[in-house]
Design a protein around this ligand. Structure first.
Ligand SMILES: Cc1cc2nc3c(=O)[nH]c(=O)nc-3n(C[C@H](O)[C@H](O)[C@H](O)COP(=O)(O)OP(=O)(O)OC[C@H]3O[C@@H](n4cnc5c(N)ncnc54)[C@H](O)[C@@H]3O)c2cc1C
Length: 317
């Protein structure tokens, strides 16, 4: 039976939705193994079993987080060899893509990034050219490495849970020798909102918010969503660059993307066009954002957004 290996870097106290999505894809490809790095809580190990993992690989070294990603790629290559996996699945984050690239070089494996769907035979679907085309690609190498965008598949649990076997993988002794060591870390203040690239709902604002993200923040909170922004808004210093969606910002693919006061330039679309449902609020009926919106509201966001928030709160009770 074909085997798929899912890499989960620092699973934390509870599995992220994006990890569950990778496990769902892995199960459609064959037998599932997980290679993780960092601490593994008992209930997370149980959740991995409940989502079909039959083997859990842990690195022999506990200090991989002290380096940039190179040693993680070396560990993962060893885990691929131990598991005999034909497909490796990682998150489509900057780190995930760098690990994938390094793994591809180490294993002479085909690497496909920005994946939004995987068929049972390993054919990957990816969104390209600012989301205006979908392409299919299949690696012809013995091992395929795929990085998958969050919110690409619905999470499913298998009928029967397994009790995974724990296996320690020896990290090659030279893995850290030439790797860049991290010399400092500063934790970002938590917003209390979901992570932008993981959120099921994103409320994004552009130049039209004119420096005031307050009403959009209230809508995001009423919906349990994340806040996003166009580059015009981040460049103006109204909100941090972390919030930027687009070609030079983050790529999001939520179930619902609410765009307010954003014109819909190609570079903005590049980061959000694969959203399942797009709602646009703009006072200019000719704005290009309406070309890709599923629902459009022509109006002043400072009138529309608070009304929507109030109505949503009322209905939620
Ligand atoms: C190399 C490169 C990379 C780039 N990368 C990115 C990127 O990653 N992300 C990104 O977003 N952009 C990016 N850009 C910039 C992009 O080209 C646009 O300039 C930018 O997206 C415009 O932002 P905006 O839509 O907020 O502003 P504008 O284009 O100025 O649009 C503002 C909109 O708000 C509407 N509006 C104004 N007031 C209101 C109101 N009260 N109520 C409702 N609507 C209102 C207006 O009708 C208008 O449509 C990049 C550009 C380049 C050249």
């Amino acid at each position: 039976m074909a085997k798929a290996l899912v890499f989960i870097d620092n699973p934390g106290a509870a599995l992220k939705k994006s990890s569950l999505e990778l496990l769902t894809i892995a199960r459609s490809l064959g037998e599932v193994a997980v290679a993780f790095n960092g601490e593994l809580h008992d209930d997370v190990a149980a959740a991995l079993g409940a989502h079909g993992a039959s083997v859990l690989y842990r690195p022999s070294a506990a200090d991989l987080d002290d380096y940039l990603v190179a040693p993680k790629a070396a560990y993962l290559a060893a885990a691929v060899a131990a598991s005999g996996a034909g497909t490796v699945l990682l998150e489509n984050t900057a780190d995930g893509k760098e690990i994938a690239a390094r793994l591809g070089v180490k294993l002479n494996a085909g690497v496909i990034t920005d994946v939004v769907g995987v068929d049972a035979d390993g054919t990957a679907h990816k969104s390209v050219l600012a989301g205006s085309y979908t392409t299919t690609a299949k690696a012809r190498t013995a091992v395929a490495v795929l990085t998958v965008k969050p919110n690409s598949v619905d999470v499913e649990s298998p009928a029967a849970a397994s009790t995974p076997e724990a296996v320690t993988v020896e990290v090659p002794s030279d893995a850290t020798a030439n790797a860049a060591r991290i010399t400092g870390r500063a934790e970002k203040a938590a917003s209390g909102r979901p992570e932008l690239t993981e959120a099921r709902i994103v409320v994004a604002g552009g130049r039209g918010v004119d420096g005031n993200f307050g009403p959009l923040g209230e809508l995001a909170d009423a919906l349990g969503g994340a806040l996003g922004a166009s580059r015009a808004a981040t460049d103006a210093g109204w909100i941090g660059h972390d919030y930027q969606v687009g070609q030079t910002g983050k790529t999001v693919s939520p179930q619902l993307y609410i765009s307010a006061g954003i014109s819909g330039a190609i570079q903005q679309k590049a980061g959000m066009q694969t959203s399942k449902v797009i709602v646009a609020i703009n006072k200019d009926a000719e704005s290009p954002i309406f070309e890709i919106a599923d629902f459009g509201i022509i109006g002043d966001l400072f009138k529309v957004v608070p009304q929507a928030t109030e109505e949503i709160k009322k209905r939620k009770g």
